[in-house]
Design a protein around this ligand. Structure first.
Ligand SMILES: Cc1cc2nc3c(=O)[nH]c(=O)nc-3n(C[C@H](O)[C@H](O)[C@H](O)COP(=O)(O)OP(=O)(O)OC[C@H]3O[C@@H](n4cnc5c(N)ncnc54)[C@H](O)[C@@H]3O)c2cc1C
Length: 428
């Protein structure tokens, strides 16, 4: 049986990325007993996964978390069994986490769209492949086509190239006109210009093609080539990997489980990052996709507000508004074009956990009916991949979220039902 631990915090933060760390640090530096729980062994979130070199932004934040006395826990929050209590599970433990205030900083995920061949081995998410390289996957001399949409494609391509991959092409579905408009919005933001110039240097000589997207991944048992549509013509490119993602989707399942209101797929918050549920705040990408700087500022405001330091939090509103303008332009620029809805063939698998094909889904009128009739969204990923895909393909809305939001051990649910099995330890 796994270890069971019970902890109590003034402020509990779920998510150890930039938003969560900024929130935890500001609440802890205000004298609160703070816990931060993340499903990864190390803090840093998606952008700083595995990159904790001395002097880097990640290492500075991690050091600040440590020195401000934040209690760092590893676990995946999967259930809210009672008011102000969350359950988190790791490989060898179950944590029962009680809180006065809760800050959700659960980040975002890549959006995947189905097209023929997308389930072949070596077709991966752009951020996913990057994460595997960060964890040691060698890419020296491998040809990687990067395709889909959003700035993550460029960041991933630069990273993969630095680690030895050959990038024959980056395909971006957005048009050149919208990319040019987007680059104009960066003019008022010196940090973004510097980042853009760095990427340009790192990707010098790599073909970037707008109005382009993958239409098929080809191969017998593993990926051998990718067929892309470029300005209305198709072209097939030999490759070892396809790194493919269509921008990001806010990770809002936990917020939905707690009853927080959402709008257009984002958690609704007020000026102080308060959600519509009392004592629950939200910061970073669940409130909208906006990049690391916006996540940090929202985290800071949420941490200060949760600690009651409202005035200090409000000093950051202007900076946040500027970054939110950038987030709105990201949203406009990388909005998915309608042609992508016709990518799947009738045979294309849409729900890869339950092997549900496009032809089986298109006869249904909504997510609930499709789920009941086909088991779409009922596999281990619990609709994390096919949910956003069907939302785009069919305009379906996942109607309800039920616990556990992640697959959990039966033992974890049972041990919570019997409080005597939980030893009480103090975090604080
Ligand atoms: C796969 C991927 C790769 C990316 N790579 C880059 C990059 O190279 N460069 C770049 O500029 N931007 C990148 N981004 C975008 C970047 O993540 C954001 O710009 C920003 O840093 C988000 O910060 P955040 O704190 O809001 O969320 P995140 O950094 O995503 O942090 C959220 C954390 O919450 C954890 N979490 C979520 N749900 C739970 C739960 N139920 N229980 C416990 N923990 C939970 C997640 O595992 C994660 O560690 C990437 C995004 C993704 C999805």
């Amino acid at each position: 049986m796994s270890r069971a631990v019970r902890s109590r915090f003034d402020v509990l933060v779920v998510g150890g990325g930039p938003a969560g760390m900024a929130a935890a640090v500001h609440a802890a530096e205000s004298g609160q007993r703070v816990g931060i729980v993340d499903d990864n062994a190390k803090l840093g979130g998606q952008i700083w996964k595995g990159n904790h070199e001395a002097g880097s932004a990640a290492s500075k934040w991690i050091e600040r978390v440590r020195s401000s006395g934040v209690n760092v826990l590893c676990g995946r929050v999967f259930h809210q069994p009672a008011q102000s209590i969350l359950l988190a599970e790791s490989d060898d433990s179950l944590s029962e986490l009680k809180y006065e205030k809760l800050i959700l900083a659960t980040g975002a995920r890549e959006r995947f769209l189905p097209f023929p061949g997308w389930t072949l081995p070596n077709v991966m998410g752009a951020g996913g492949l990057q994460a595997m390289v960060k964890c040691g996957l060698p890419l020296q001399g491998k040809r990687v086509v990067v395709a889909g949409s959003g700035p993550l494609l460029l960041a991933a391509a630069a990273y993969l190239r630095k680690h030895g991959a050959e990038i024959p092409i980056i395909c971006e579905q957005a048009s050149w006109a919208s990319l040019v408009r987007f680059s104009m919005t960066l003019l008022g933001q010196p940090d973004k210009i510097v980042q853009g110039l760095q990427l340009r240097k790192q990707l010098a000589g790599v073909r970037l093609s707008a109005n382009s997207w993958p239409v098929a991944a080809n191969g017998e048992s593993v990926l051998e080539s990718v067929t892309i549509s470029r300005n209305g013509r198709t072209e097939t490119i030999a490759c070892d990997y396809l790194a493919c993602g269509f921008h990001l989707v806010p990770n809002i399942k936990l917020a939905l489980l707690l009853g927080c209101q959402t709008h257009n797929g984002c958690v609704q918050v007020d000026d102080f990052q308060r959600t519509t549920v009392s004592a629950v705040f939200c910061a970073g990408e669940p409130t909208g996709i906006g990049g690391v700087e916006l996540s940090l500022i929202e985290g800071e405001i949420a941490g200060l507000a949760a600690a009651g330091r409202i005035a200090e939090g409000s000093r950051q509103f202007r900076k946040r508004e500027k970054l939110r303008r950038f987030a709105r332009s990201l949203e406009r620029t990388f909005r998915l074009r309608s042609e992508l809805r016709s990518l799947p063939s009738p045979e294309t698998i849409v729900c890869r956990c339950e092997d549900v094909r496009y032809s089986q889904l298109r006869e249904h009128t909504g997510w609930r009916a499709a789920k009941l009739q086909t088991r779409c969204g009922m596999g281990p990923c619990q609709g994390r991949i096919c949910g956003p895909a069907t939302e785009f393909l069919f305009k379906w809305n996942p109607e309800s979220v039920r616990p556990p939001i992640f697959p959990a051990r039966v033992e974890s649910l049972a041990s919570h039902a019997n409080p005597e099995l939980c030893e009480t330890t103090g975090g604080h």
